[in-house]
Design a protein around this ligand. Structure first.
Ligand SMILES: NC(=O)c1ccc[n+]([C@@H]2O[C@H](COP(=O)([O-])OP(=O)(O)OC[C@H]3O[C@@H](n4cnc5c(N)ncnc54)[C@H](O)[C@@H]3O)[C@@H](O)[C@H]2O)c1
Length: 427
């Protein structure tokens, strides 16, 4: 007998929720979008048309939706970071299961509230740690599970965020100011990486984290001489500065379109030019935006086994890159997410060499740039299994499974604030 599709309501029809909801278009037998809650009329109408949502199931926001009682099996919650918990609680109380964007909470108090509510009402909540579902990290996890490199001594991750991504999201954009967004740079960008480190470490749990970092470069005192306030309005460097809004958003086609031009996506050049010149927050000088999140941060983690973990985050690099190096008692893994390739080296003394190695090349299967290396839709497929009580994959990011990574991020940020002292990673 064929199963009915899981029915879902989108809460927050932004960039992310739509990516997940689009899974329903490719797999109508698995997922059906039946409702929408979104304050922005244009987004609400567009999504209602795209997924053929009846008028009576279109709501202004999550609170209006909650008043209606339960109308579907699950919620896809794609609101911004600081709204995750407040929008989720009334819906969890109604019994909805939920696909919830990361970070699922922005501090420990929120985290407790969400975890306790889901426990009380028995909801299945899955957090969108999409990288766990990419072929690259899945294959690294499989290698570790096979025991090929022995016990982990050191796990070293780094993420370099390109200058155009960093300037768009963390200087001019939605995550620039922690007072407004509710999130630090580490929480917004690297809760994925830290979550992955916890996942790769398996049953070995973190004990404490130390961290140091700062906002060093993207601030007023580093603005080029004679620079203006807005790149196209009053700045003589608009055609030469590497962070010029004109060079990034008008001269480089497709550069962060979905953040910079949410409404003007298809507008003619002149209209975009005028908007960027006079109105858009993305038209501001990247040194004069009032941003306060770190542009680089290093985290060190001590694990219960004695192993150490490190994560280096740097915003402003020439190109984006995630790398990983794990050293075990029998060998090591060294890889680049962008290249979708990793090398496994095995300790093996012999005449020709001190080690053997194999290269795992996944680049023909997936590109890092497409949906987080294929992770976005693989995650939705697993979420459907999760709510149907079917066997999920080893990547499954249930709420309880995602708590540890968030706790490490909270501890690291506290440590950075306190000058690098060790902070325990407990709830
Ligand atoms: N998993 C990932 O890899 C990944 C990548 C990027 C962003 N994110 C996360 O995804 C989330 C969404 O990011 P985005 O860029 O899509 O955001 P967005 O701003 O484009 O969308 C959020 C939407 O929520 C709506 N909203 C606000 N309050 C609401 C309410 N009470 N009820 C219903 N809707 C409400 C807003 O109007 C907006 O349309 C963020 O938490 C972000 O950190 C995750």
């Amino acid at each position: 007998m064929s199963k009915k599709p899981v029915t879902a309501v989108i809460v927050g029809a932004g960039h992310r929720a739509i990516i997940y909801a689009d899974y329903s278009l490719e797999h109508p037998d698995e997922l059906k979008i039946v409702g929408i809650a979104e304050p922005d009329e244009e987004r609400r109408t567009e999504a209602a048309e795209k997924y053929s949502i009846p008028k009576e199931n279109c709501f202004y926001d999550s609170y209006e939706l909650a008043k209606k009682g339960r109308i579907a099996d699950v919620i896809i919650n794609g609101t911004m970071d600081k709204y995750h918990v407040v929008t989720s609680l009334p819906l969890l109380e109604l019994g909805y299961d939920m696909l919830l964007e990361k970070p699922f909470a922005v501090n420990k108090n929120e985290m407790r509230l969400l975890v306790n509510t889901a426990k009380k009402f028995g909801n299945k909540v899955m957090v969108c740690h999409v990288l766990r579902y990419s072929e690259f990290y899945k294959n690294i996890k499989k290698t570790l599970m096979s025991g090929e490199i022995g016990d982990i001594l050191s796990i070293q991750l780094s993420e370099n965020v390109s200058y155009h991504h960093y300037a768009t999201s963390y200087v001019r954009g939605k995550w620039a100011n922690s007072g407004e967004s509710g999130t630090s740079m580490l929480l917004a960008k690297c809760c994925h990486d830290i979550d992955m480190m916890m996942w790769l470490m398996g049953n070995v749990k973190p004990v404490y984290a130390c961290s140091t970092g700062s906002l060093q470069y993207f601030k007023k005192e580093n603005a080029p001489e004679n620079s203006g306030e807005r790149c196209l309005l009053d700045c003589p460097l608009t055609d030469t500065c590497n962070l010029s809004a004109k060079r990034m958003y008008l001269d480089m086609p497709g550069c962060w379109d979905f953040y910079v031009w949410p409404e003007l996506h298809h507008a003619p050049y002149n209209e975009k030019y005028e908007y960027l010149k006079n109105i858009s927050p993305y038209g501001r000088c990247a040194f004069k935006c009032g941003n306060n999140v770190a542009d680089h941060q290093s985290v060190i983690i001590k694990f219960s086994s004695g192993a150490t973990g490190s994560h280096n985050l740097t915003g402003g690099s020439a190109f984006s890159m995630r790398s990983i190096h794990i050293i075990g008692t029998k060998g090591e893994i060294d890889g680049s997410f962008e290249e979708q390739k990793f090398t496994v080296s095995y300790i093996n003394p012999h005449a020709d060499s001190d080690h053997d190695e194999k290269v795992v090349d996944l680049s023909d299967r997936c590109s890092a740039g497409i949906g987080h290396g294929g992770g976005d839709h693989a995650l939705v497929a697993d979420f459907i299994k999760y709510v149907r009580n079917e066997e999920t994959s080893f990547s499954c990011t249930s709420l309880s499974d995602s708590v540890t990574g968030h706790l490490v991020v909270f501890a690291a940020d506290e440590s950075m604030e306190k000058g690098g002292v060790p902070v325990k990673t407990r709830l």
